[in-house]
Design a protein around this ligand. Structure first.
Ligand SMILES: Cc1cc2nc3c(=O)[nH]c(=O)nc-3n(C[C@H](O)[C@H](O)[C@H](O)COP(=O)(O)O)c2cc1C
Length: 260
């Protein structure tokens, strides 16, 4: 999946910003079909999946959450689903769908706060151990300069990111592939832009952990960490080092480079 799409997704990661205002008109069937096919095949971990819903139900998105804004007008949506303990996996696969949507010219915005959980759950036809962690509007975003959205992203400080010295201390000394990984991870979206991911290097592997065990806004930090894991992997691969994520005691996961 990443082998095939890595470069496109890395480029999309650099361009993506959250969009909250949409044209009501549906997107072309061929575009939706392409994204749908990706969503259907996106199962690198058994425990997480993404669903494209062609008709976003009225009332799915619900007003203000913190400093971010409400979402309006989206004809379609994504629903990010997984087992209760699979937040990181859900973040990873959800972001793959978001980056593919970006590459296809569609606007998105992760929404893990105020959305109708009942509506999302019923769209996803949940299995017994599953829940919907987040949703995203999907469609053609309205023009960039719409005043309300400009104000909104100023409030959300969309483009502001913590420095590498905070999210990956010492990374100036890391090999080029690992630095490329954390630079890509730095651009990842997170709930209220909290950027809870912290990277460290031990031996030849890169570890990801959350900055604390305390979740804020009732959105798991592991969800954000999973999103950043996909970005890290895209950056590392772009610098010539593919690899795989493994469990790591006391951390969210460890990135182990493929032997070269
Ligand atoms: C897991 C998650 C949950 C989010 N929840 C919301 C939300 O409920 N409402 C909202 O307007 N934005 C939400 N966002 C979007 C963030 O505010 C946004 O990603 C962040 O401010 C960075 O801006 P950017 O995506 O434009 O780079 C969420 C993002 C993530 C990753």
């Amino acid at each position: 999946m990443i082998a095939r799409n890595g470069q496109r997704w890395l480029e999309a990661a650099a361009r993506r910003v959250s969009r909250r205002r949409f044209e009501a008109a549906p997107r072309a069937d061929s575009t939706l079909r392409r994204l749908e096919e990706l969503c259907e095949s996106l199962r690198p971990f058994g425990s997480a999946r993404v669903l494209l819903v062609r008709e976003a139900p009225a009332g799915l998105f619900r007003g203000i959450v913190g400093a971010s804004g409400s979402v309006r007008g989206a004809p379609h949506c994504l629903v990010m689903v997984g087992a209760e303990d699979a937040a990181a996996e859900v973040g990873y696969v959800g972001e793959a769908a978001v980056l593919e949507a970006t590459a296809l010219g569609l606007g998105t915005c992760w929404v893990g706060g105020l959305f109708s959980r009942e509506k999302a759950d019923s769209l996803a036809a949940l299995g017994p151990a599953e829940r919907a962690f987040a949703v995203s509007p999907l469609g053609r975003a309205t023009a960039d300069n719409e005043l309300e959205e400009r104000l909104m992203s100023a409030v959300a400080r969309s483009r502001s990111r913590k420095p590498l010295s905070v999210i990956a201390p010492g990374s100036g000394e890391w090999p080029a592939w690992a630095r490329a990984g954390v630079e890509a991870a730095r651009l990842a979206p997170s709930a209220l832009n909290r950027q809870p991911w912290r990277f460290s290097m031990e031996g030849g592997t890169v570890l990801v952990a959350a900055d604390s065990d305390r979740d804020t806004y009732r959105i798991p930090k592991r969800l954000d960490c999973g999103i950043a894991m996909l970005h890290f992997e895209l950056g590392a691969r772009g610098a010539g080092v593919p690899g795989a994520w493994r469990d790591a005691a006391g951390r969210v996961a460890a990135f182990v480079p493929a032997s070269r």
